[in-house]
Ligand binder design. Structure first.
Ligand code: GDP
Ligand code: MG
Length: 168
């Protein structure tokens, strides 16, 4: 049987939870220690989506995002993209349109989802739900909310993207 493999890139400012999201989804683990990198290019996990076995390869950055130094190799051949920001970090939200452009410049139009992480920190949330919805509409990307810490919504992000890729 044909196996479907999808490369997914996860972009956004530093400290929004990209590496944590990848670890949570692929290994089922979470750590509070600030980890700059998971030490490898990508982690993978196989899931069943619409009765198809899909292998997702989730590409992490080794902190280069903070220096605007992500190389073309990171984006090369990507099938789908997660645009991630943190509910507690205004700058990370404001940076989303420029992250979208970077991905588009390297990959063209690929299935992309907007993810607001750290939903567990409700009392520290600095993003108005209305403006998040507005950005989602402006970018033409579905908005999903996650808490990688509490393991809420993470699987849904990757199921959504895999399903989009299968039906392109
Ligand atoms: P990256 O720079 O985008 O890869 O971010 P990291 O995955 O290294 O996470 C940065 C920090 O945010 C770490 O201390 C994580 O433990 C923490 N973090 C990640 N996701 C969540 C979450 O959903 N809730 C909370 N409270 N902290 C999170
Ligand atoms: Mg990281």
């Amino acid at each position: 049987e044909l196996e479907i493999s999808l490369k997914v890139v996860i972009v956004g400012n530093g400290a929004v939870g990209k590496s944590s999201m990848i670890q949570r989804f692929c290994k089922g683990t979470y750590t509070r220690d600030y980890k700059k990198t998971i030490g490898v290019d990508f982690l993978e996990r196989q899931i069943e989506v619409d009765a198809e076995d899909v292998r997702l390869m989730l590409w992490d950055t080794a902190g280069q995002e903070e220096f605007d130094a992500i190389t073309a190799a990171y984006y090369r051949g990507a099938h789908a993209c997660v645009l991630a920001y943190s509910a507690t970090d205004r700058q990370s939200f404001d940076a989303i349109p420029s992250w979208k452009l970077k991905v588009e410049n390297e990959c063209g139009e690929i299935p992309t989802v907007l993810v607001q992480n750290k939903m567990d920190l409700v009392d520290q949330c600095v993003i108005d739900p209305e403006e998040a919805e507005r950005l989602s509409r402006a970018l033409g990307c579905k908005l999903l909310r996650t808490s990688v810490k509490e393991d809420v919504g993470v699987v849904g992000v990757f199921r959504h993207l895999a399903s989009r890729c299968l039906h392109e």
